[in-house]
Design a protein around this ligand. Structure first.
Ligand SMILES: [Zn+2]
Length: 69
């Protein structure tokens, strides 16, 4: 699969997200190991349950930064 970021075709690319399509099928986004590492991407299998499928990084932006608990 070709990498989402560098478009390189790597046999070791891993799923990092998916795009939902109106038709229901959608498709999976892949990244090569280099981009996965350099961008600290989360594998799709590591996404939290509420993930909308968007590729994301390990650097989490706190959702409740306003101070609520
Ligand atoms: Zn790449």
């Amino acid at each position: 699969m070709s990498c989402l970021y560098c478009s390189k075709n790597s046999p070791d690319s891993v799923a990092v997200g998916f795009l939902a399509a109106a038709s229901g099928a959608g498709y999976t986004l892949y990244a090569c190991p280099e981009c996965l590492r350099s961008r600290q991407l989360l594998r799709l299998s590591e996404h939290p349950e509420e993930s909308d499928g968007m590729h994301r990084t390990r650097v989490r932006v706190p959702r409740s930064a306003e101070g609520g608990s």
